[in-house]
Design a protein around this ligand. Structure first.
Ligand SMILES: [Zn+2]
Length: 443
């Protein structure tokens, strides 16, 4: 990879702004894969058409389902394009990690048999010379032999031949990637990481270390196999390579930061939120401002896709995000009406970032109605809380009730208790929560 590492010396990386971060990253990748016969595709809708497997689109490959599952000889051999996605799988991680509830995914799918070394060589050309991520700062995690999948020997050998140093790649047991269960293609996944700090935390520090030195920003899925009912596997006739990553994470690597909220996709949303929340105690809890920024962006995307808050399906997801945002704002004593202002900036941020979707403008009235509903509910819960406080009757049961019967969010209840110096019996509270969970499961 000598030629590639030399070109990174000349490369200054991409100049990313709040308006070009999507298109710059996509075009830089397309400049390599377009020459390989890949076609550039515009994004599909945020609400998948004719696919009820998910409420919101979670990956670009979702729109290319027919092309993947029923390949015809005369269709294109490769596809590349950005796609707005929503994932609510790890809400508790939002704010304190790089987990985002919405992100713009860049996918590059290659159809047909491709040598592992050639596939990785092309990707390294994008990473190193087009995105300006120096070759020697890249790291990889392949699949090791385990109970659920064999070792991905092909990737390990290819990395070695491409000149990736032994300290820069490792393997750990993992399941195969399997985007279309149960009969779609499956295969090993290779993680690509970037060494942000270049400072090992100790002699054992490597790609799997959790010290924050490495940012994991890209995956390559070699979908070359199919699982049979017998448990055996067979090689598929038409394999796929799905190479993808959230552009926000790519931007993190390009700008050498693992705090995505301080990069172009979030910068303006964060500064707006900060300026609107200066009079609150938000600065003591910076993760909370980040949660509101993340949720505001997802709320903006859902509203722009025509979703209205409600009790079912996409509307329920939207309502949940609005309520979580309002709960966070209440817990830092902020006026809930700052939310529509932050959502408005988030709408503008996602709209101007790409020449493609989403384009529609957002009416804030649905949001205002939700805020009023939330406030009414919270006021009721507050009155109950105050009467309990006056009567010195704040048992774990009655506190639990404030959440389960009166709908006050836990973050808000805890901030009330804290400001009144009330301590709760946490063990008893966990017991009640556990009992409640069992009861609702039995229903
Ligand atoms: Zn480390």
């Amino acid at each position: 990879m000598t030629s590639s590492s030399q070109s990174s010396v000349a490369s200054t990386g991409l100049e990313l702004t709040e308006t070009n971060w999507i298109d710059s990253v996509v075009e830089a990748m397309y400049s390599v894969f377009g020459a390989q016969g890949h076609k550039l595709f515009p994004p599909g809708p945020l609400i998948p058409r004719g696919d009820t497997s998910t409420l919101y689109t979670t990956a670009s490959i979702q729109h290319w389902r027919d092309w993947v599952l029923s390949p015809s000889a005369d269709s294109d051999t490769g596809r590349i394009g950005p796609q707005w996605c929503v994932r609510m799988t790890a809400l508790e991680k939002v704010g304190s990690s790089n987990f985002l509830t919405s992100f713009c995914l860049l996918s590059c799918l290659t159809r047909g048999r491709i040598e592992r070394e050639k596939a990785l060589g092309l990707m390294i050309e994008v990473l190193d010379s087009r995105w300006g991520l120096a070759f020697e700062r890249l790291a990889f995690v392949a699949t090791a032999e385990g109970p659920e999948a064999p070792e991905d020997t092909a990737s390990l050998k290819a990395l070695d031949r491409l000149g990736v140093s032994r300290s820069r790649y490792t393997a750990r047991p993992r399941k195969w990637a399997h985007p279309f269960k149960p009969h779609g293609p499956a295969g090993p996944e290779l993680f690509v990481l970037f060494d942000i700090t270049q400072t090992p935390c100790g002699p054992e520090c490597g790609p799997l270390c959790g010290c924050g030195r490495f940012i994991h920003f890209w995956n390559l899925e070699f979908l070359e196999n199919r699982r049979l009912i017998t448990g055996e596997t067979e090689t598929v006739q038409m394999p796929f390579l799905d190479s993808a990553g959230s552009i926000e994470w790519v931007v993190g690597a390009i700008t050498r930061t693992n705090d995505l909220y301080n990069t172009p996709p979030f910068r303006r949303i964060l500064s707006t939120a900060r300026s609107l929340l200066t009079s609150t105690n938000a600065f003591a809890a910076p993760d909370k401002i980040k949660i509101v920024c993340d949720h505001a962006r997802t709320i903006a995307l859902a509203l722009a896709a025509g979703v209205e808050p409600g009790a079912k399906k996409q509307g329920h997801v939207l309502r949940r995000l609005i309520r979580r945002s309002l709960a966070v704002l209440s817990s830092i004593d902020a006026d809930p009406h700052v939310l529509p202002e932050i959502v408005a900036v988030a709408t503008e941020a996602v709209r101007c970032a790409s020449t493609s979707e989403p384009r529609s403008s957002v009416s804030p009235s649905a949001l205002t109605t939700e805020i009023e509903l939330f406030r009414t509910q919270l006021n009721k819960a507050r009155k109950v809380y105050e009467s309990l406080l006056t009567a010195s009757d704040l048992s774990a049961e009655s506190i639990f009730d404030l959440n389960s019967s009166f709908g006050a969010p836990w973050g808000v209840i805890r901030s009330w208790l804290q400001s009144d110096g009330v301590t709760i019996n946490e063990a008893r509270l966990a017991e009640i929560a556990g009992d409640n969970k069992l009861r609702s499961r039995g229903r």
